[in-house]
Design a protein around this ligand. Structure first.
Ligand code: AP5
Ligand code: MG
Ligand code: ZN
Length: 215
């Protein structure tokens, strides 16, 4: 199964991705997590990406597209994958489509997680993340079992630098201008399904499972 998770910052893409990846046994590929790992390891890519991410802007397509192509060529993507945070521009979507077409492949599902702007700020400012495994928590809506520690891998959880109020507002603006056109792009291809992301985490997951089925 080849799936794209689409939705504004804080929609719950990462939260749902962890559960989908486990249930359907497909790798969870988050461009945001890949960039953050590179930033923490101070790689050349990390240094380049950080200047954009800290401002809430998109990392240029040229950098992002090649990373995804490399990742999708890995053996573990043969039977499917779950893309979280990619594509984010029409140019990225076209590059992905061409790349898959050349292998005789295509995306099966695009899941649009819908959350109004009014909920996003509270979700983002209360979010804590694990830099090691990418798990997301929320101090109120989804707290970890042990304060400050990741349930999955016991590493420290931290607040993302781009989760400040000012940067979140910029990210929402960038989403509206650069990513929202993808809704029409995928709607035209008749592979898009909308999910109400304002429901409880488990209810959102149930809605997604109903769309994807049991296999
Ligand atoms: P990225 O890491 O992808 O950030 P994002 O898209 O802004 O999305 P988030 O990770 O902030 O939100 P999410 O939907 O995953 O929500 P989560 O599950 O954590 O990208 C970061 C940056 O990297 C970008 O700004 C850009 O610079 C760069 N980048 C990445 N990909 C790129 C690309 N393709 N091209 C160019 N640049 C790129 O949940 C949020 C919070 O809400 C959590 O606290 C969670 O616990 C809580 N929550 C989740 N679900 C619920 C629920 N149902 N009810 C209540 N609370 C909930
Ligand atoms: Mg995320
Ligand atoms: Zn972890």
């Amino acid at each position: 199964m080849k799936i794209i998770l689409l939705g504004p910052p804080g929609a719950g893409k990462g939260t749902q991705a962890k559960q989908i990846s486990t249930k359907y046994n497909i790798p969870h590929i988050s461009t945001g997590d890949i960039f953050r790992k590179n930033i923490s390891e101070k790689t050349e890519l990390g240094v380049k990406a950080q200047s954009y991410i800290d401002k809430g802007l998109l990392v240029p397509d040229e950098l992002t597209i090649d990373i995804i192509k490399d990742r999708l060529d890995n053996e573990d993507c043969k039977n499917g994958f779950l893309l979280d945070g990619f594509p984010r521009t029409v140019k990225q979507a076209e590059a992905l489509e061409l790349f898959l077409n050349q292998k005789g492949d295509k995306i099966d599902y695009v899941l649009l997680v819908k959350v109004p702007e009014s909920s996003i700020l509270e979700r983002m400012t209360g979010r804590r993340v694990c830099l090691k495994c990418g798990a997301s928590y929320h101090i109120k809506f989804n707290p970890p079992k042990v304060l400050g520690k990741c349930d999955a891998c016991n590493s420290d959880i931290i607040q993302r630098k781009d989760d400040s109020e000012e940067t979140v507002k910029e990210r929402i603006d960038v989403y509206n201008k650069q990513t929202e056109p993808l809704i029409e792009y995928y709607d035209d291809k008749k592979i898009m399904h909308s999910v109400d992301g304002t429901q409880d985490i488990e209810v959102v997951f149930k809605s997604i499972s109903d769309i994807l089925g049991d296999n």
